[in-house]
Design a protein around this ligand. Structure first.
Ligand code: KIV
Ligand code: ZN
Length: 526
Protein backbone atom coordinates (compact mmCIF):
# COMPACT_ATOMS: atom_id res chain seq x y z
CA UNK A 1 0.00 0.00 0.00
CA UNK A 2 1.37 3.45 -0.88
CA UNK A 3 1.76 5.84 1.98
CA UNK A 4 -0.55 8.88 2.15
CA UNK A 5 0.91 12.18 0.94
CA UNK A 6 1.38 15.13 3.28
CA UNK A 7 1.00 18.44 1.47
CA UNK A 8 3.38 21.27 2.27
CA UNK A 9 1.65 24.64 2.50
CA UNK A 10 4.30 27.32 2.56
CA UNK A 11 3.44 30.59 4.29
CA UNK A 12 6.87 32.26 4.14
CA UNK A 13 5.44 35.07 2.03
CA UNK A 14 2.45 35.68 4.31
CA UNK A 15 2.98 34.61 7.94
CA UNK A 16 6.77 34.58 7.47
CA UNK A 17 6.76 38.06 5.99
CA UNK A 18 4.94 39.26 9.12
CA UNK A 19 8.21 38.76 11.07
CA UNK A 20 9.27 41.95 12.79
CA UNK A 21 11.72 43.84 10.61
CA UNK A 22 10.97 41.99 7.38
CA UNK A 23 9.61 43.78 4.34
CA UNK A 24 10.10 42.16 0.95
CA UNK A 25 9.74 43.93 -2.37
CA UNK A 26 7.56 42.50 -5.13
CA UNK A 27 10.61 41.22 -7.05
CA UNK A 28 11.94 39.54 -3.94
CA UNK A 29 8.60 37.85 -3.25
CA UNK A 30 8.51 36.60 -6.82
CA UNK A 31 12.04 35.26 -6.54
CA UNK A 32 11.11 33.37 -3.38
CA UNK A 33 7.88 32.07 -4.93
CA UNK A 34 9.79 30.74 -7.95
CA UNK A 35 12.25 29.00 -5.66
CA UNK A 36 9.38 27.51 -3.63
CA UNK A 37 8.01 26.12 -6.88
CA UNK A 38 11.43 24.57 -7.62
CA UNK A 39 11.42 23.15 -4.10
CA UNK A 40 8.12 21.47 -4.92
CA UNK A 41 5.83 22.84 -2.22
CA UNK A 42 2.16 22.06 -2.86
CA UNK A 43 0.65 25.38 -1.84
CA UNK A 44 2.11 28.90 -1.59
CA UNK A 45 0.29 31.39 0.59
CA UNK A 46 1.34 34.46 -1.37
CA UNK A 47 -0.10 37.20 0.84
CA UNK A 48 -3.09 38.90 2.41
CA UNK A 49 -4.34 41.04 -0.50
CA UNK A 50 -6.72 43.34 1.38
CA UNK A 51 -3.99 44.62 3.72
CA UNK A 52 -2.04 46.76 1.24
CA UNK A 53 -1.59 47.51 -2.45
CA UNK A 54 1.87 45.91 -2.13
CA UNK A 55 0.40 42.63 -0.92
CA UNK A 56 -2.25 42.70 -3.63
CA UNK A 57 0.37 43.32 -6.35
CA UNK A 58 2.58 40.52 -5.03
CA UNK A 59 -0.28 38.00 -4.95
CA UNK A 60 -1.30 39.02 -8.47
CA UNK A 61 2.26 38.71 -9.79
CA UNK A 62 2.84 35.33 -8.15
CA UNK A 63 -0.56 34.04 -9.33
CA UNK A 64 0.29 35.04 -12.89
CA UNK A 65 3.81 33.58 -12.85
CA UNK A 66 4.00 30.52 -10.63
CA UNK A 67 1.86 27.85 -12.25
CA UNK A 68 2.45 24.48 -10.57
CA UNK A 69 1.55 24.94 -6.88
CA UNK A 70 -1.81 26.13 -5.60
CA UNK A 71 -1.59 29.89 -4.92
CA UNK A 72 -3.47 30.99 -1.83
CA UNK A 73 -4.63 34.42 -0.67
CA UNK A 74 -5.63 35.13 2.93
CA UNK A 75 -8.87 36.89 3.93
CA UNK A 76 -10.72 37.54 7.17
CA UNK A 77 -14.34 36.39 7.27
CA UNK A 78 -15.37 39.63 5.57
CA UNK A 79 -16.74 39.89 2.08
CA UNK A 80 -14.41 42.81 1.26
CA UNK A 81 -11.37 40.68 2.16
CA UNK A 82 -12.67 37.83 0.06
CA UNK A 83 -13.31 40.12 -2.90
CA UNK A 84 -9.70 41.31 -2.61
CA UNK A 85 -8.33 37.75 -2.36
CA UNK A 86 -10.38 36.70 -5.39
CA UNK A 87 -9.05 39.69 -7.34
CA UNK A 88 -5.48 38.83 -6.35
CA UNK A 89 -5.94 35.25 -7.54
CA UNK A 90 -7.73 35.98 -10.82
CA UNK A 91 -4.83 34.74 -12.96
CA UNK A 92 -3.85 31.78 -10.78
CA UNK A 93 -3.80 28.34 -12.39
CA UNK A 94 -4.87 26.79 -9.07
CA UNK A 95 -6.38 29.46 -6.76
CA UNK A 96 -7.30 28.97 -3.12
CA UNK A 97 -8.97 31.44 -0.75
CA UNK A 98 -8.04 31.00 2.90
CA UNK A 99 -10.51 32.66 5.24
CA UNK A 100 -10.03 32.83 8.99
CA UNK A 101 -11.69 33.89 12.21
CA UNK A 102 -10.85 33.11 15.85
CA UNK A 103 -12.09 30.36 18.11
CA UNK A 104 -10.96 31.48 21.56
CA UNK A 105 -12.93 33.76 23.90
CA UNK A 106 -9.89 35.97 24.45
CA UNK A 107 -9.66 36.66 20.72
CA UNK A 108 -13.40 36.97 20.17
CA UNK A 109 -14.05 39.29 23.11
CA UNK A 110 -11.00 41.54 23.02
CA UNK A 111 -9.92 41.53 19.40
CA UNK A 112 -12.87 40.75 17.16
CA UNK A 113 -15.51 41.98 19.64
CA UNK A 114 -17.87 39.23 18.51
CA UNK A 115 -19.85 36.55 20.24
CA UNK A 116 -19.25 32.93 19.33
CA UNK A 117 -22.52 32.89 17.40
CA UNK A 118 -21.53 35.99 15.39
CA UNK A 119 -18.15 34.47 14.55
CA UNK A 120 -19.82 31.26 13.43
CA UNK A 121 -22.33 33.10 11.24
CA UNK A 122 -19.56 35.20 9.65
CA UNK A 123 -17.50 32.07 8.99
CA UNK A 124 -20.40 30.31 7.26
CA UNK A 125 -21.10 33.40 5.17
CA UNK A 126 -17.42 33.86 4.26
CA UNK A 127 -16.85 30.26 3.22
CA UNK A 128 -20.01 30.22 1.10
CA UNK A 129 -19.11 33.59 -0.43
CA UNK A 130 -15.55 32.43 -1.22
CA UNK A 131 -16.93 29.30 -2.89
CA UNK A 132 -18.66 31.67 -5.30
CA UNK A 133 -15.19 32.58 -6.61
CA UNK A 134 -13.14 29.37 -6.27
CA UNK A 135 -13.66 25.66 -5.61
CA UNK A 136 -10.76 25.46 -3.20
CA UNK A 137 -11.54 27.19 0.12
CA UNK A 138 -9.61 26.81 3.35
CA UNK A 139 -11.02 27.78 6.73
CA UNK A 140 -9.09 28.47 9.97
CA UNK A 141 -10.09 29.44 13.50
CA UNK A 142 -7.16 31.09 15.26
CA UNK A 143 -6.02 30.04 18.72
CA UNK A 144 -7.54 26.56 18.83
CA UNK A 145 -5.53 25.51 21.87
CA UNK A 146 -7.29 28.12 24.02
CA UNK A 147 -10.74 27.61 22.50
CA UNK A 148 -13.72 25.77 23.90
CA UNK A 149 -13.64 22.33 22.18
CA UNK A 150 -17.43 22.16 21.79
CA UNK A 151 -17.55 25.56 20.07
CA UNK A 152 -14.57 24.68 17.85
CA UNK A 153 -16.30 21.54 16.67
CA UNK A 154 -19.50 23.45 15.84
CA UNK A 155 -17.50 26.13 14.04
CA UNK A 156 -15.44 23.75 11.89
CA UNK A 157 -18.39 21.51 11.08
CA UNK A 158 -20.39 24.57 10.02
CA UNK A 159 -17.50 25.74 7.80
CA UNK A 160 -17.34 22.33 6.11
CA UNK A 161 -21.11 22.28 5.62
CA UNK A 162 -20.76 25.72 3.99
CA UNK A 163 -18.22 24.32 1.52
CA UNK A 164 -14.71 24.51 3.04
CA UNK A 165 -12.45 21.96 1.33
CA UNK A 166 -9.54 22.27 3.79
CA UNK A 167 -9.82 22.97 7.48
CA UNK A 168 -6.70 24.37 9.04
CA UNK A 169 -6.09 24.02 12.78
CA UNK A 170 -3.83 26.83 14.03
CA UNK A 171 -2.06 26.99 17.36
CA UNK A 172 -1.69 30.71 16.80
CA UNK A 173 0.21 31.53 19.99
CA UNK A 174 2.38 28.42 20.22
CA UNK A 175 0.69 27.31 23.43
CA UNK A 176 -0.18 23.68 22.86
CA UNK A 177 1.81 20.49 23.47
CA UNK A 178 2.17 17.54 21.09
CA UNK A 179 -0.19 15.21 22.97
CA UNK A 180 -2.80 17.89 23.53
CA UNK A 181 -2.65 19.08 19.91
CA UNK A 182 -2.98 15.53 18.62
CA UNK A 183 -6.20 15.25 20.66
CA UNK A 184 -7.59 18.49 19.17
CA UNK A 185 -6.72 17.44 15.61
CA UNK A 186 -8.17 13.95 16.06
CA UNK A 187 -11.46 15.27 17.48
CA UNK A 188 -11.91 17.86 14.71
CA UNK A 189 -10.95 15.37 12.00
CA UNK A 190 -13.56 12.89 13.22
CA UNK A 191 -16.23 15.61 13.41
CA UNK A 192 -15.65 17.15 9.96
CA UNK A 193 -15.11 13.82 8.20
CA UNK A 194 -18.56 12.89 9.45
CA UNK A 195 -19.82 15.68 7.14
CA UNK A 196 -17.33 15.34 4.25
CA UNK A 197 -14.62 12.65 4.37
CA UNK A 198 -12.70 14.37 1.55
CA UNK A 199 -11.93 17.49 3.59
CA UNK A 200 -8.18 18.01 4.03
CA UNK A 201 -7.02 18.41 7.63
CA UNK A 202 -4.22 20.97 8.00
CA UNK A 203 -2.07 22.05 10.94
CA UNK A 204 -0.50 25.48 11.50
CA UNK A 205 1.79 25.78 14.51
CA UNK A 206 3.83 28.57 16.07
CA UNK A 207 7.08 28.29 17.97
CA UNK A 208 6.59 30.37 21.13
CA UNK A 209 7.59 27.39 23.29
CA UNK A 210 9.88 25.86 20.68
CA UNK A 211 7.30 23.15 19.94
CA UNK A 212 6.05 24.16 16.49
CA UNK A 213 7.66 21.27 14.59
CA UNK A 214 6.85 18.71 17.29
CA UNK A 215 3.23 19.87 17.39
CA UNK A 216 2.87 19.75 13.59
CA UNK A 217 4.26 16.20 13.57
CA UNK A 218 1.83 15.23 16.32
CA UNK A 219 -0.93 16.65 14.11
CA UNK A 220 0.23 14.39 11.27
CA UNK A 221 0.14 11.45 13.66
CA UNK A 222 -3.49 12.39 14.39
CA UNK A 223 -4.46 12.41 10.71
CA UNK A 224 -3.47 15.83 9.31
CA UNK A 225 -2.40 15.67 5.66
CA UNK A 226 -1.35 19.32 5.21
CA UNK A 227 1.33 21.18 7.17
CA UNK A 228 1.60 24.96 7.12
CA UNK A 229 5.16 26.12 7.61
CA UNK A 230 7.71 28.76 6.67
CA UNK A 231 11.28 28.55 5.40
CA UNK A 232 13.78 28.90 8.26
CA UNK A 233 10.77 28.96 10.61
CA UNK A 234 10.35 32.71 10.18
CA UNK A 235 7.09 34.33 11.25
CA UNK A 236 5.29 36.27 13.94
CA UNK A 237 7.21 36.41 17.26
CA UNK A 238 9.23 33.17 17.63
CA UNK A 239 8.08 32.08 14.20
CA UNK A 240 6.23 29.30 12.42
CA UNK A 241 6.88 25.61 12.05
CA UNK A 242 10.18 25.41 10.09
CA UNK A 243 9.59 23.92 6.65
CA UNK A 244 13.03 22.30 6.29
CA UNK A 245 12.79 20.71 9.75
CA UNK A 246 9.32 19.25 9.42
CA UNK A 247 10.09 17.97 5.90
CA UNK A 248 13.31 16.26 6.93
CA UNK A 249 11.72 14.85 10.08
CA UNK A 250 8.95 13.25 8.03
CA UNK A 251 11.35 11.86 5.44
CA UNK A 252 14.15 10.78 7.75
CA UNK A 253 11.60 9.04 9.97
CA UNK A 254 9.39 7.77 7.16
CA UNK A 255 9.55 4.41 8.94
CA UNK A 256 7.74 6.05 11.86
CA UNK A 257 5.33 8.49 10.18
CA UNK A 258 4.59 6.46 7.04
CA UNK A 259 4.00 9.55 4.87
CA UNK A 260 5.25 10.72 1.47
CA UNK A 261 6.05 14.28 0.37
CA UNK A 262 6.45 15.92 -3.05
CA UNK A 263 9.26 18.21 -1.88
CA UNK A 264 12.64 18.13 -3.68
CA UNK A 265 14.79 18.18 -0.60
CA UNK A 266 17.99 18.99 -2.54
CA UNK A 267 16.53 22.51 -2.92
CA UNK A 268 16.14 23.06 0.85
CA UNK A 269 19.50 24.68 1.52
CA UNK A 270 19.29 26.98 -1.48
CA UNK A 271 15.78 28.03 -0.44
CA UNK A 272 16.91 28.70 3.10
CA UNK A 273 19.82 30.83 1.90
CA UNK A 274 17.62 32.80 -0.45
CA UNK A 275 15.04 33.57 2.23
CA UNK A 276 17.73 34.50 4.70
CA UNK A 277 19.46 36.88 2.37
CA UNK A 278 16.29 38.57 1.14
CA UNK A 279 14.69 38.94 4.56
CA UNK A 280 17.93 39.81 6.36
CA UNK A 281 17.06 37.15 8.95
CA UNK A 282 20.24 35.30 9.74
CA UNK A 283 20.14 31.50 10.06
CA UNK A 284 21.67 30.53 13.40
CA UNK A 285 24.70 28.23 12.98
CA UNK A 286 23.15 25.41 15.02
CA UNK A 287 19.84 25.53 13.14
CA UNK A 288 18.64 22.03 12.28
CA UNK A 289 19.05 20.95 8.65
CA UNK A 290 20.25 24.24 7.13
CA UNK A 291 22.51 25.85 9.79
CA UNK A 292 26.24 26.21 9.11
CA UNK A 293 26.99 23.57 11.76
CA UNK A 294 24.22 21.14 10.84
CA UNK A 295 26.73 18.81 9.18
CA UNK A 296 29.94 19.99 10.88
CA UNK A 297 31.80 17.81 13.36
CA UNK A 298 34.18 19.37 15.86
CA UNK A 299 34.86 16.85 18.63
CA UNK A 300 37.63 14.33 17.94
CA UNK A 301 35.44 11.31 18.69
CA UNK A 302 32.78 12.59 16.31
CA UNK A 303 35.29 13.35 13.53
CA UNK A 304 36.85 9.94 13.97
CA UNK A 305 33.44 8.26 13.83
CA UNK A 306 32.26 10.16 10.74
CA UNK A 307 35.50 9.51 8.89
CA UNK A 308 35.15 5.77 9.55
CA UNK A 309 31.44 5.60 8.85
CA UNK A 310 29.33 8.68 8.12
CA UNK A 311 26.17 7.32 9.74
CA UNK A 312 27.81 7.14 13.16
CA UNK A 313 26.90 10.79 13.69
CA UNK A 314 24.90 11.83 10.62
CA UNK A 315 21.26 10.86 10.24
CA UNK A 316 20.90 12.82 6.97
CA UNK A 317 23.33 13.35 4.11
CA UNK A 318 24.28 16.98 3.39
CA UNK A 319 23.68 16.40 -0.33
CA UNK A 320 20.10 15.32 0.40
CA UNK A 321 19.27 18.84 1.54
CA UNK A 322 21.50 20.50 -1.05
CA UNK A 323 24.36 21.58 1.20
CA UNK A 324 27.13 22.03 -1.35
CA UNK A 325 30.18 19.90 -0.93
CA UNK A 326 33.33 22.00 -1.26
CA UNK A 327 35.70 20.36 -3.66
CA UNK A 328 37.61 23.52 -4.54
CA UNK A 329 39.34 25.54 -1.89
CA UNK A 330 39.07 29.17 -2.86
CA UNK A 331 41.98 31.44 -2.11
CA UNK A 332 43.75 34.49 -3.45
CA UNK A 333 44.83 32.68 -6.62
CA UNK A 334 41.32 31.63 -7.55
CA UNK A 335 39.84 33.29 -10.58
CA UNK A 336 36.44 34.37 -11.78
CA UNK A 337 35.49 30.94 -13.10
CA UNK A 338 36.02 29.16 -9.79
CA UNK A 339 34.20 31.89 -7.90
CA UNK A 340 31.26 31.87 -10.32
CA UNK A 341 30.92 28.07 -9.94
CA UNK A 342 31.06 28.19 -6.17
CA UNK A 343 28.54 31.02 -5.95
CA UNK A 344 26.15 29.14 -8.23
CA UNK A 345 26.50 26.03 -6.08
CA UNK A 346 25.70 28.18 -3.05
CA UNK A 347 22.51 29.38 -4.71
CA UNK A 348 23.58 32.88 -5.78
CA UNK A 349 22.46 33.93 -9.25
CA UNK A 350 24.29 37.19 -9.82
CA UNK A 351 24.17 39.59 -12.73
CA UNK A 352 27.48 40.75 -14.23
CA UNK A 353 27.75 43.93 -12.16
CA UNK A 354 26.87 42.11 -8.94
CA UNK A 355 29.37 39.39 -9.77
CA UNK A 356 32.16 41.95 -10.28
CA UNK A 357 31.40 43.44 -6.85
CA UNK A 358 31.46 39.97 -5.35
CA UNK A 359 34.76 39.24 -7.06
CA UNK A 360 36.35 42.44 -5.74
CA UNK A 361 35.22 41.68 -2.19
CA UNK A 362 36.36 38.07 -2.54
CA UNK A 363 39.86 39.20 -3.57
CA UNK A 364 40.02 41.67 -0.67
CA UNK A 365 39.07 38.89 1.72
CA UNK A 366 41.48 36.41 0.13
CA UNK A 367 44.33 38.83 0.83
CA UNK A 368 43.54 38.57 4.54
CA UNK A 369 42.48 34.96 4.86
CA UNK A 370 44.00 31.78 3.39
CA UNK A 371 41.24 29.24 2.65
CA UNK A 372 37.86 30.85 2.11
CA UNK A 373 35.01 28.69 3.41
CA UNK A 374 31.59 28.62 1.80
CA UNK A 375 30.10 30.31 4.85
CA UNK A 376 32.61 33.21 4.55
CA UNK A 377 31.79 33.64 0.92
CA UNK A 378 28.05 33.44 1.49
CA UNK A 379 28.28 36.04 4.29
CA UNK A 380 30.19 38.53 2.14
CA UNK A 381 28.09 38.11 -0.97
CA UNK A 382 24.78 38.00 0.85
CA UNK A 383 25.35 41.03 2.99
CA UNK A 384 27.30 43.27 0.69
CA UNK A 385 26.24 42.37 -2.80
CA UNK A 386 22.78 40.80 -2.92
CA UNK A 387 21.12 42.66 -0.07
CA UNK A 388 22.81 45.99 -0.71
CA UNK A 389 21.00 49.22 -1.56
CA UNK A 390 22.36 51.54 -4.28
CA UNK A 391 25.61 53.06 -3.02
CA UNK A 392 24.97 56.67 -2.10
CA UNK A 393 28.00 56.54 0.16
CA UNK A 394 30.97 54.18 -0.03
CA UNK A 395 33.42 53.52 2.77
CA UNK A 396 36.89 54.16 1.45
CA UNK A 397 38.95 53.66 4.58
CA UNK A 398 38.98 54.28 8.28
CA UNK A 399 41.52 54.50 11.06
CA UNK A 400 40.91 54.00 14.77
CA UNK A 401 42.97 54.63 17.89
CA UNK A 402 41.70 52.95 21.02
CA UNK A 403 43.06 51.37 24.15
CA UNK A 404 42.59 51.23 27.89
CA UNK A 405 44.14 54.68 28.43
CA UNK A 406 42.97 56.39 25.26
CA UNK A 407 39.74 58.08 24.22
CA UNK A 408 38.63 56.04 21.19
CA UNK A 409 39.01 58.18 18.09
CA UNK A 410 38.12 57.31 14.52
CA UNK A 411 38.84 58.94 11.20
CA UNK A 412 36.83 57.84 8.19
CA UNK A 413 36.92 58.72 4.53
CA UNK A 414 33.76 58.10 2.53
CA UNK A 415 33.04 58.71 -1.13
CA UNK A 416 29.77 60.21 -2.26
CA UNK A 417 28.10 58.89 -5.41
CA UNK A 418 29.21 61.97 -7.32
CA UNK A 419 32.82 61.13 -6.48
CA UNK A 420 33.35 63.73 -3.73
CA UNK A 421 35.43 62.39 -0.85
CA UNK A 422 34.66 63.44 2.73
CA UNK A 423 37.08 62.95 5.60
CA UNK A 424 35.83 63.25 9.21
CA UNK A 425 36.95 62.31 12.71
CA UNK A 426 35.09 61.74 15.96
CA UNK A 427 35.57 60.32 19.42
CA UNK A 428 33.22 57.80 20.97
CA UNK A 429 32.47 55.57 23.96
CA UNK A 430 34.29 52.76 22.21
CA UNK A 431 35.96 52.17 18.85
CA UNK A 432 32.73 51.14 17.08
CA UNK A 433 30.90 54.15 18.48
CA UNK A 434 33.75 56.43 17.35
CA UNK A 435 33.59 55.00 13.82
CA UNK A 436 29.83 55.44 13.71
CA UNK A 437 29.98 59.04 14.91
CA UNK A 438 32.65 59.81 12.34
CA UNK A 439 30.48 58.31 9.59
CA UNK A 440 27.50 60.38 10.78
CA UNK A 441 29.61 63.50 10.49
CA UNK A 442 30.94 62.56 7.09
CA UNK A 443 27.50 61.91 5.62
CA UNK A 444 26.17 65.04 7.36
CA UNK A 445 23.35 63.37 9.27
CA UNK A 446 22.86 61.53 12.56
CA UNK A 447 21.32 58.07 12.88
CA UNK A 448 20.02 56.11 15.85
CA UNK A 449 21.59 52.68 16.20
CA UNK A 450 18.57 50.53 17.11
CA UNK A 451 20.34 47.18 17.03
CA UNK A 452 23.88 45.83 16.69
CA UNK A 453 24.76 42.14 16.50
CA UNK A 454 28.05 40.43 15.78
CA UNK A 455 28.58 36.77 14.95
CA UNK A 456 31.58 34.78 13.82
CA UNK A 457 30.79 33.12 10.52
CA UNK A 458 33.62 30.59 10.71
CA UNK A 459 36.08 29.58 13.42
CA UNK A 460 39.77 30.35 13.90
CA UNK A 461 41.81 33.51 14.35
CA UNK A 462 41.07 34.77 10.87
CA UNK A 463 37.34 34.08 11.21
CA UNK A 464 35.00 36.29 9.25
CA UNK A 465 32.79 38.36 11.52
CA UNK A 466 29.35 39.39 10.35
CA UNK A 467 27.80 42.51 11.83
CA UNK A 468 24.09 43.29 11.53
CA UNK A 469 22.87 46.80 12.37
CA UNK A 470 19.48 48.41 12.41
CA UNK A 471 19.43 52.18 11.97
CA UNK A 472 16.76 54.83 12.06
CA UNK A 473 16.93 58.43 10.92
CA UNK A 474 15.11 61.36 12.52
CA UNK A 475 12.00 60.81 10.39
CA UNK A 476 11.69 57.19 11.53
CA UNK A 477 12.92 55.51 8.34
CA UNK A 478 14.50 52.25 9.45
CA UNK A 479 16.80 49.79 7.69
CA UNK A 480 18.73 46.66 8.51
CA UNK A 481 22.03 45.83 6.84
CA UNK A 482 25.00 43.55 7.28
CA UNK A 483 28.72 43.85 6.77
CA UNK A 484 31.33 41.11 6.85
CA UNK A 485 35.09 41.12 7.24
CA UNK A 486 37.91 39.40 9.09
CA UNK A 487 38.22 42.70 10.99
CA UNK A 488 35.28 43.33 13.32
CA UNK A 489 35.62 47.11 13.09
CA UNK A 490 35.63 46.97 9.32
CA UNK A 491 32.55 44.70 9.34
CA UNK A 492 30.88 47.19 11.71
CA UNK A 493 31.73 50.15 9.49
CA UNK A 494 30.59 48.37 6.33
CA UNK A 495 27.29 47.38 7.94
CA UNK A 496 26.70 50.95 9.10
CA UNK A 497 27.38 52.52 5.71
CA UNK A 498 25.18 49.88 4.02
CA UNK A 499 22.34 50.68 6.44
CA UNK A 500 22.80 54.43 5.86
CA UNK A 501 22.46 53.79 2.11
CA UNK A 502 19.29 51.78 2.69
CA UNK A 503 17.72 54.43 4.92
CA UNK A 504 18.56 57.16 2.44
CA UNK A 505 17.08 55.06 -0.40
CA UNK A 506 13.69 55.07 1.34
CA UNK A 507 11.29 57.83 0.38
CA UNK A 508 10.74 60.48 3.06
CA UNK A 509 7.04 59.67 3.21
CA UNK A 510 7.82 56.12 4.25
CA UNK A 511 8.56 57.07 7.85
CA UNK A 512 8.12 53.96 9.94
CA UNK A 513 9.02 51.76 6.97
CA UNK A 514 11.27 48.84 7.70
CA UNK A 515 13.59 47.93 4.87
CA UNK A 516 15.49 44.68 4.90
CA UNK A 517 15.60 43.83 1.26
CA UNK A 518 17.71 44.36 -1.79
CA UNK A 519 18.29 47.41 -3.90
CA UNK A 520 15.19 49.19 -5.01
CA UNK A 521 12.77 47.59 -2.53
CA UNK A 522 10.21 50.00 -1.19
CA UNK A 523 7.63 47.75 0.39
CA UNK A 524 6.49 48.53 3.93
CA UNK A 525 6.20 45.52 6.25
CA UNK A 526 2.56 44.34 6.59
O1 KIV B 1 -1.39 31.70 13.32
C1 KIV B 1 -2.52 31.79 12.80
O2 KIV B 1 -3.56 31.52 13.43
C2 KIV B 1 -2.59 32.23 11.42
C3 KIV B 1 -3.93 32.12 10.76
C4 KIV B 1 -4.20 33.23 9.83
C5 KIV B 1 -4.04 30.77 10.11
O3 KIV B 1 -1.61 32.61 10.85
ZN1 ZN C 1 0.21 31.90 11.92
Amino acid sequence: MTEPVVRIFDTTLRDGEQSPGVGLSLEEKLEIARQLERLGVDIIEAGFPVTSPGDMAAVQAIAATVRTPVICGLARTRRGDIDAAARGLERAAHPRIHTFTSGSRVHLEHMLRMTEEQALAAAVDAVGYARGFVDDVEFSAQDVARSDPAFLTRLYVAAVEAGATTINIPDTVGYTTPAEFAGIVRALREAVHGVNPAVVISVHTHDDLGLAVANALAGVGAGATQIECAVNGIGERAGNCALEEVVMALLTRRDHYGRRLQVRTEELYRTSQLVSKLTGMVVQPNKAVVGANAFAHEAGIHQDGVLKERTTYEIMRPEDVGVPESRLVLGKHSGRHALRERLTALGFRLGDAEFERAFTRFKELADKKRGIADADLAAIVQSEVVAAAPEIWRLQYFHVTAGTETVPTATVRVLRRDGEAVLESATGDGPVDAVYRAIDRAVGQGFVLADYALRAVTGGQDAVGEVTVRLADASGRTATAMGASTDVLEASARAYVAAVNKVLALPEAAAGTVYAGAAGAREPAV
